[in-house]
Design a protein around this ligand. Structure first.
Ligand SMILES: *Cc1c(COP(=O)(O)O)cnc(C)c1O
Ligand SMILES: *[C@@H]1O[C@H](CO)[C@@H](O)[C@H](O)[C@H]1NC(C)=O
Ligand SMILES: *[C@@H]1O[C@H](CO)[C@@H](O)[C@H](O)[C@H]1NC(C)=O
Length: 394
């Protein structure tokens, strides 16, 4: 069940999550207030001399522990956390300047799309949206002033897979300086490690699976390049989009169960996807772990498995979708994903309502496409819930 022909999980993941950078001996930060280190300032032995920490925005012991742990899980050298996933993207925009160009996936997270179209555009940074499942399209979109390439794989809500290594190769053939950023929120470092395939930066909305308890908004960026890390360290402090120590503590704690949680999300979602595929009212299930997924083979080459978020289409219309979603009792009708609780939503009128209708149609985001985030409840109860909702709505 766990293997299904996917890449072999690298050894030591759970051990790293629990032990890396957690040595109690390190707690000698001269904090004026003790851990959870809420102290905003740190005692200095002499003017302009410090023992590693001076001011809470530029560095905080609780935050540092989390950042080091995140980097280790990703197989990366440097980790940075930010006040939200979008705060991470905003800070990365600080690497660019007026006149630069971004190429972004055409079905990335709606907030990322909005940030590029509005905030970046106002700073005279132009964005081209392309289909990253076709590396040719990305190749053609590269311009002289292209500085950053932004992709999500699997995509949202269509669960299409982009070949990270091929995209990196196509982009880098135009210049090593073009940064390839992968938003890995849907899979976590447990199920996919984009740095291994040549990406420059991996970013997260830690709000989703990484924290997994639906009680923290936070983001992160992980990378290997020392020079780029220095620029990002500068921007983290200079732009100030930093998370709170308490939230860092929460995410640090959540990482201890990441491996266990992702195994269960993966297993349960696969069973539910296979069940849905056989349902008479379901016309299509988009889940990379299914043999019917058009890029199942590619998925197996760069992922160690799939998480709990996937979509399906049914034979009804908007009315059936509404009734179905309102009839669910274990699944909660809500946006977001990646928590211990199961969620269901209708992208056409919820998460993707801000996408222009024509683009929605082009992407196949119809009123009969439902997105699920399979949580950690008993799989049997989730299936019974879906079955009941079908029975009363179709
Ligand atoms: C939620 C999400 C974001 C934004 O993260 P926030 O923490 O809500 O700011 C970015 N990318 C993806 C894929 C997401 O799901
Ligand atoms: C991180 O979590 C582990 C396990 O819960 C704990 O031992 C460690 O003290 C935590 N570190 C911080 C900085 O919160
Ligand atoms: C759902 O499936 C049932 C059983 O096959 C069928 O009778 C019904 O017409 C279907 N409803 C829709 C809207 O496709």
């Amino acid at each position: 069940m766990a293997e299904q022909g996917f890449l072999k999980q690298k050894p030591g993941f759970a051990t790293l999550a629990i032990h890396h950078a957690q040595e109690p001996e390190k707690w000698s930060s001269s904090a004026v207030v003790v851990p959870i280190v809420t102290s905003t300032t740190f005692k200095q032995p002499a003017p302009a001399e410090h023992t590693g920490f001076e001011y809470g925005r530029s560095g905080n012991p609780t935050r540092n522990v989390l950042e080091e742990c995140l980097a280790a899980l990703e197989g990366g050298k440097h980790g940075f956390t930010f006040a939200s996933g979008l705060g991470t993207t905003t800070t990365l925009l600080g690497l660019l300047k007026s006149g630069d160009h971004i190429i972004s996936g055409d079905d990335v997270y709606g907030g990322t799309n909005r940030l590029f179209r509005t905030v970046a555009a106002a700073m005279n940074i132009e964005t081209t949206f392309a289909d990253f499942t076709k590396p040719d399209e990305v190749d053609k979109a590269v311009k002289e002033n292209t500085k950053m390439v932004w992709l999500e794989t699997p995509t949202n809500p269509n669960l299409k897979i982009a070949d990270i290594a091929t995209v990196v190769k196509a982009v880098k053939s135009h210049g090593e300086h073009i940064l390839v950023v992968v938003d890995n929120t849907f899979l976590t470092s447990y199920l996919q490690r984009p740095l291994d395939f040549g990406a420059d930066v991996v970013i997260y909305s830690l709000t989703k699976y990484m924290n997994g308890h639906s009680d923290v908004i936070m983001g992160a960026a992980i990378l290997n390049n020392d020079e780029l890390a220095e620029r990002l360290r500068f921007l983290q402090n200079a732009m100030g989009v930093v998370p709170s120590p308490f939230d860092c503590y929460q995410v640090n704690r959540s990482l201890k169960t990441l491996a266990l949680r992702m195994e269960q999300h993966k297993k349960s979602a696969q069973i539910i996807a296979e069940w849905l595929e056989k349902h008479p009212n379901v016309t299509e299930v988009m889940h990379p772990g299914l043999k019917s997924h058009p890029q199942h083979e590619l998925a197996k080459k760069q992922m160690t498995g799939h998480s709990g978020v996937f979509s399906f289409k049914h034979s009804g219309g908007l009315q059936e979708s509404r009734k179905f979603l309102q009839s669910l009792k274990v699944f909660t009708l809500a946006e977001s994903l990646g928590g211990y609780e199961s969620l269901a939503e209708l992208p056409s009128v919820m998460t993707h309502a801000s996408v222009p209708a024509a683009q929605r149609a082009e992407l196949g985001i119809t009123d009969s496409l439902i997105r699920l985030s399979v949580g950690l409840e008993d799989t049997e109860d989730l299936i019974k819930d879906l079955d009941h909702a079908f029975n009363v709505s179709f």
